[in-house]
Design a protein around this ligand. Structure first.
Ligand SMILES: C[S@@+](CC[C@H](N)C(=O)[O-])C[C@H]1O[C@@H](n2cnc3c(N)ncnc32)[C@H](O)[C@@H]1O
Length: 455
């Protein structure tokens, strides 16, 4: 692929993500598959798209002296400007003249002379005079918001909930690359075997301390490797692996996974059951439920059955006290996964948090009767927000006296997470800067014997 086509393709993706609400990770995957990009081109395309999205707000501020009325410029021209400035200011290996030349050529092809002159003028100014520095902004929340390209409402909300230190560290961490981690399918390959096997193809992996199945990929590209494509391992963030580890699973159990697609945690559960027992997995969307079955097939797991349903109605589909374990990995605002999905920063608003909380409450309420006495319910989200996390759990416990926080929850956490900053009476909040994982919340509740007996 020529550099010109690669940049046109980056611009096209940025427009679809930024203006039409497309998902960055989905569109990038589609583009790479469609164009069959080499590893090198794929890496550059990803870097330009993700880097521009991650730093959009900061770039807007940085070029303000040269383009005062950015709102009036056509969307594609703005994105072309942002991605060109990103390459010039943030990517050392790309010479300024190359970024400017391609931007001007794309402007000529898609627009007219006026646009190519504007592009050339702004980018030459950036090259000659440099960019405006946000570190001098006095109002602290505004400064963090611009320096790290997070919306101001989110910075203020995090400051209120977790304080300045955590907020600032989290926002800066969200600009860094998320380490790649994978989970081995232990019924097919051990961690040691996987490490040795990957090494043969120059992929370096080390063991994760969060999950006994986890590996951190230090070097090399896993996505095309046969261990991944043939289902010996699956890509999963370490924070998500913690869920399977904390569900207290053993062979023979009957497990409900109420919000399961694409099946990362469902398959982990089946592996923990040694594929003996049953995992009934639901998702609101039929197509997504199919993804769970496909993943189970790829990983050669037989104990999973994925179906489509609205899990707020599951009490109509199953008898009371059917399941030994229930996982509710709830739909959430996703504020913990901004590193992998930077578009969330621009598409989510504070009102989404309240709308989602309503669904989370309904889901918790619906699955609660389906758990056996002394059974365990794990509630998790990939977000960093008290309203969707601790407060949802608090409210659930207030309304459901038959449940309590599992007394052994804290001691079952990996040693380094015990007594950590994010640990509260309602569960544990993992912040992205603490263990270099996604931001994630999880808790484990148990259905009490005495109260259920009395009902
Ligand atoms: C956080 S994702 C689940 C991720 C999954 N557990 C995994 O590890 O791969 C939440 C899922 O809940 C599904 N969902 C949203 N509302 C739902 C509902 N009312 N009933 C069932 N599934 C729902 C979404 O389609 C989405 O796939």
């Amino acid at each position: 692929m020529t550099k010109f086509v690669l940049r046109e393709s980056a611009l096209n993706l940025l427009e679809r993500i930024g203006e039409q609400g497309g998902y960055s990770h989905v569109l990038l995957d589609q583009e790479m598959n469609k164009r069959r990009l080499s590893a090198k081109d794929g890496a550059l395309l990803t870097e330009i798209v993700y880097g521009t999205l991650q730093n959009k707000r900061k770039i807007q501020f940085q070029i303000q002296p040269y383009v005062a009325k950015q709102k009036k410029i056509k969307p594609w021209v703005k994105w072309l400007l942002y991605m060109s400035v990103y390459q010039m200011v943030y990517l050392e290996r790309i010479p300024d003249h190359a970024a400017i030349h391609e931007a001007v050529e794309i402007s000529k092809k898609r627009g007219h002379k006026g646009i190519s002159s504007l592009m050339n003028g702004v980018l030459r100014n950036v090259q000659r005079k440099g960019v405006q520095d946000p570190s001098t902004i006095e109002a602290k929340a505004v400064r963090i918001s611009i320096e790290t390209s997070h919306p101001e409402w989110l910075v203020s909300r995090w400051v209120e909930q977790y304080g300045w230190e955590v907020t600032e560290a989290m926002c800066h961490q969200n600009l860094k690359r998320l380490p790649m981690s994978v989970r081995v399918q232990p019924l097919r390959i051990s961690r040691d075997e996987a490490i040795t096997n990957l090494k043969e193809r120059h992929i370096t992996a080390i063991k994760s301390s969060v999950s006994e199945q986890g590996l951190l990929i230090e070097e090399g590209r896993i996505i095309d490797d046969r261990l991944f494509t043939e289902g010996f391992l699956t890509i999963q963030d370490q924070s998500s692996m913690l869920v399977g580890e904390m569900m207290d699973l053993k062979p023979g159990l009957t497990v409900l996974d109420a919000c399961s697609a694409p099946g990362g945690k469902t398959t982990h559960i089946a592996e923990k059951l040694e594929d003996q027992g049953s995992v009934i997995a639901y998702d609101l969307h039929g197509k997504k439920a199919k993804l769970v079955n496909d993943k189970a097939t790829l990983l050669q797991l037989q104990s999973i059955e994925a179906r489509q349903a609205d899990s707020r109605q599951l009490h109509d589909l199953h008898e009371r006290e059917t399941f030994d374990r229930i996982l509710l990995d709830a739909p959430c605002s996703g504020l913990g996964v901004l590193r992998g999905k930077p578009d969330i920063k621009y598409h989510k608003s504070e009102s989404d948090i309240f709308a989602l909380r309503k669904i989370q409450d309904e889901l918790l309420h619906s699955v609660a009767p389906l758990l056996k006495v002394e059974g365990k319910l794990v509630y998790s989200t990939c977000t960093v927000d008290r309203h969707e996390n601790e407060e949802a759990v608090k409210q659930f416990l207030t309304n459901h006296h038959e449940f309590e926080l599992d007394p052994t929850f804290a001691e079952d956490l990996p040693e380094e997470m015990q007594g950590s900053a994010g640990h509260t009476a309602y569960g544990i909040q993992l912040f992205p800067h603490q263990w270099d994982t996604d931001g994630f919340f999880l808790t484990r509740l148990v259905k009490k014997k005495e109260v259920s007996d009395r009902q």
